[in-house]
Design a binder for this molecule. Structure first.
Ligand code: SF4
Length: 355
C-alpha cells in the first residue's frame, strides 16, 4: 500500500538549527500552494493508507487541509498525521483538522526546559506546549506525538529527565527524540555552534532511551518511541522500504520503483501544472538500502528477508563475529541492534553489510 507525504513549507519564523525547506507564512501564497497540491494529487491514481502533512508548519494550512483531503482517496482506517507547532495551535485549527479526517497530530515540542527552548529559538514556552497538547486531546485527538531534541549544549540528564517526566504526564502516545545535528547551511552552522562531545551525546541518548522506556514508551526505531500500537504507520513505510508519493516543494517520493524529489522552490511548485521532479535513484530498494533502513528499527532484519535478496544467514552470522555482542541482538529469526548499536548505527550496519 502506498503512503502520501505532503510538504507544507510555511513557518512563522526560522528556527536556527532547522534545514527543512520553508518560507515565511503568507496567506495568499498558502492558498496558491494548496491549489497546487490539489492539482498534483490528481496525477496519482492511488488510495492511500497513510497521509502525512510535514513541514514547515502544516498546521498553518489548517483551513485548506479539509479541501486538500477531499481530493485524497483513503483506504479504510488510514492514518492521517499533521505536524503542528504549539504556538499556532488553537481550537479553531484543531477542529478544521478533525473535520478533514486528520486523526494524528505531532507537536514540535523539542523540550520543556525554558533555557533549552530559548536556545532553540522556539516561539513557544513549556506551558504553551502542554496547553496545546491538552487542547488537542480534548478536541478529540487520541494519537498525539511530541518531538524532543537531545544533545543540546548545556543539556544534561536532569533537564532531559524533567522534559520526559512532564511529557509523560500528558495525553500523548508517541515521542520522537532526535539528537541535534548542526547543519552547515543553518544559522547554528554559521555560528559554529558546537554540540557536546560524543561521550556526552551517548550518555544523554542512552539515558533518554531508558527514561522513555520507564515511562511506557517502547523504542521501535533509533529515534522513535511509542505506547503499544501507537507507532507511526507512515514513518514505518520509510524504514520498511515501502512506496510513498511526495507532493510539494522539496518533497521526496519512492514511487513505481524510483526515488525522485521536487525542487526546494515554492514558486516553481505553485506555477507548474505538474510538479517538476528529478529522479534521484533509478533502482532503489537493493539489499544494502533495505538492510540499512530495516536495522534502524527495533524489529531488525530477518534472515528470511536476507535470503530474498540472495544473502544467506551464514554470511550474516560470519560478519556478526567481527562485531562486539553489546551492539546487536541475535535470535533464530534475525538480527537487530541494541541501544548501544543504534548509537553507532552507521559503523555497525556497515559491518553487517560486509564493508
Ligand atoms: S523547526 Fe519546524 S518550525 Fe522551526 S523552522 Fe524548522 S520547520 Fe519551521
Amino acid at each position: 500500500m502506498t503512503g502520501l507525504y505532503i510538504h507544507v513549507p510555511f513557518c512563522l519564523s526560522k528556527c536556527p538549527y532547522c534545514d527543512f525547506y520553508s518560507v515565511g507564512y503568507d496567506a495568499s501564497l498558502a492558498e496558491q500552494y494548496a491549489a497546487a497540491v490539489i492539482r498534483n494529487l490528481k496525477h496519482y491514481n492511488e488510495a492511500y493508507d497513510t497521509v502525512y502533512f510535514g513541514g514547515g508548519t502544516p498546521v498553518l494550512l489548517s483551513d485548506r487541509i479539509p479541501e486538500i483531503m477531499q481530493n485524497v482517496r483513503l483506504q479504510d482506517n488510514a492514518e492521517v498525521t499533521v505536524e503542528a507547532n504549539p504556538c499556532v495551535t488553537d481550537e479553531k485549527r484543531l477542529y478544521e483538522l478533525l473535520s478533514a479526517g486528520v486523526n494524528r497530530i505531532s507537536f514540535g515540542v523539542q523540550s520543556l526546559d525554558a533555557d533549552e527552548l530559548k536556545f532553540l529559538g522556539r516561539r513557544h514556552n513549556a506551558e504553551q506546549a502542554k496547553t496545546a497538547i491538552e487542547l488537542a486531546y480534548k478536541a478529540g485527538f487520541k494519537n498525539i506525538s511530541a518531538d524532543l531534541m537531545l544533545g543540546l549544549p548545556r543539556q544534561n540528564t536532569k533537564t532531559v529527565k524533567k522534559s520526559i517526566a512532564e511529557l509523560s504526564q500528558l495525553p500523548i502516545n508517541h515521542i520522537s527524540a532526535y539528537l541535534l545535528k548542526v547543519e552547515e547551511n543553518t544559522p547554528f552552522g554559521q555560528m559554529n555552534i558546537a554540540v557536546p562531545e560524543d561521550e556526552v551525546m551517548d550518555e544523554i541518548y542512552l539515558f533518554a532511551c531508558e527514561e522513555l522506556e520507564k515511562n511506557g514508551f517502547t523504542q521501535y526505531e533509533i529515534s522513535n518511541f511509542a505506547k503499544s500500537g501507537a507507532e507511526c504507520k507512515h514513518n514505518l513505510k520509510y524504514w520498511r522500504c515501502e512506496e510513498y508519493v511526495g507532493i510539494g516543494a522539496a518533497a521526496h517520493s519512492y514511487y513505481k520503483g524510483k526515488r525522485f524529489c521536487v525542487d526546494r522552490n515554492i514558486h516553481d511548485f505553485i506555477f507548474s501544472d505538474i510538479q517538476n521532479t528529478v529522479v534521484t535513484d533509478e533502482a532503489p530498494g537493493d539489499f544494502d538500502e533495505f538492510a540499512m533502513l530495516k536495522l534502524r528499527l527495533a524489529e531488525g532484519l530477518s534472515f528470511a528477508q536476507c535470503e530474498r535478496f540472495g544473502t544467506d544467514k551464514n554470511t550474516i552470522l560470519t560478519r556478526l563475529e567481527r562485531i562486539p555482542e553489546k551492539y546487536y541482538r541475535l535470535d533464530e529469526k534475525g538480527v537487530s541492534l541494541t541501544k548501544e548499536g543504534f548509537l553507532l548505527s552507521n559503523a555497525v550496519i556497515g559491518k553487517i553489510l560486509g564493508y
